[in-house]
Write a protein of this length. Structure first.
Length: 79
């Protein structure tokens, strides 16, 4: 969680050209973390949890490749 805060501070120092004015709102956005094999977009706030999810997803894909796609079902696939 420290990286986004440090990034925001450094960008404010770099881009603020009205030094006498107060800052009322800061927003940081990140997107396009999804790839061909990873359809989930990661959240910077829950980054560690998302890394665990990504690792689990990779292992699940390996099991499905080895034993067939129907060996493990996710809840979203049951409907």
């Amino acid at each position: 969680m420290k990286y986004p805060i440090d990034l925001a501070k450094s960008m404010i120092k770099k881009l603020d050209n009205h030094l006498g004015y107060k800052i009322h709102y800061i927003a940081i956005s990140a997107s396009n973390f999804a790839g061909v094999h990873n359809h989930k977009t990661f959240c910077l706030i829950d980054y560690e949890k998302d890394l665990k999810f990504a690792t689990l997803n990779e292992k699940l894909l390996k099991v499905r490749d080895k034993y067939g796609i129907d060996i493990v079902k996710c809840a979203s696939e049951l409907s």
